[in-house]
Design a protein around this ligand. Structure first.
Ligand code: ZN
Length: 253
């Protein structure tokens, strides 16, 4: 039940507003999440995965928050760069050694523990791998990957059900089946004739908003075959920030 609780926290995070901060001087833009909480002070943070979060007391006007961000552009730029460099470095080594996991766009520590029955538990912000031999890379890899695929299946199913029930069932569209596969260039694909959707197993590495965008995108193909104006109008009406998600997805491929 504990893991279930963690996922609910992610769902809440994606409901927050986001703002595209132009860093100026041709340094590009970063997406800043505005999180309103019961706090007294404004708190700007660059996370380990280089995402930027601005924590605000309830009632702080957006205009004040954006002015504040503009005044902090140099600070944001510097810290994002530092985090990105560290994050990329970590991710390269971590693939080999299963020391940390990229899930929902965030990096989580992987802890290996001795256990009679190999399995994985996601709790308190770490992925605990229980292994018969904690120093065995092969065992760690297979336990981790099996767990991640199961998690991916659960998350994709939940998001698919949610969108389907709200937007597709009322239109009389038959519920599609979905599969998970390793894919090199696609996040998802849809075969409307077979009412079948395939999701990339690595989609779970991207943040929840990106996952939701891919699920909605593939479902929309059940109604609109091509990527035409009608297709994007349908997506936009149900997910106004789809463009930012599409852009962000590139960093996870
Ligand atoms: Zn498409």
């Amino acid at each position: 039940m504990k893991t279930r609780h963690n996922f609910n926290a992610y769902y809440k995070i994606i409901m927050i507003k986001s703002y595209n901060l132009d860093l100026g001087d041709g340094r590009g833009t970063v997406t800043v999440a505005f999180v309103r909480k019961r706090i007294k002070n404004v708190y700007l943070k660059v996370e380990r995965d280089a995402s930027v979060v601005l924590n605000l007391p309830y009632g702080t006007p957006d205009a004040w928050a954006t002015d504040y961000l503009l005044s902090m552009r140099d600070w944001v730029c510097k810290h994002v760069k530092t985090r990105q460099e560290a994050f990329n470095k970590n991710n390269l080594s971590e693939v080999e050694s299963y020391k940390s996991a990229l899930i929902f766009g965030k990096s989580f520590e992987i802890v290996r523990l001795k256990g009679a029955k190999p399995h994985a538990v996601f709790s308190g912000g770490t992925v605990n791998l229980y292994l018969t031999n904690p120093s065995d890379e092969t065992e760690a890899g297979s336990v981790y990957r099996a767990w991640l695929r199961k998690l991916a299946a659960k998350i994709y199913a939940e998001e698919l059900n949610d969108f389907y029930d709200r937007f597709f069932a009322p239109l009389g569209i038959a519920k599609p089946i979905f599969q998970i596969r390793k894919m090199k260039t696609l996040w998802g694909s849809c075969t409307p004739k077979q009412s079948k959707i395939v999701f990339n197993e690595n989609l779970i590495r991207s943040d929840m908003a990106c996952i939701r965008y891919v699920v909605l995108h593939e479902l929309t193909h059940l109604i609109h075959y091509r990527h035409d104006a009608d297709f994007y109008a349908f997506v936009e009406a149900r997910m106004p920030d789809w463009k930012e998600c599409k852009k962000r997805l590139r960093q996870y491929m």
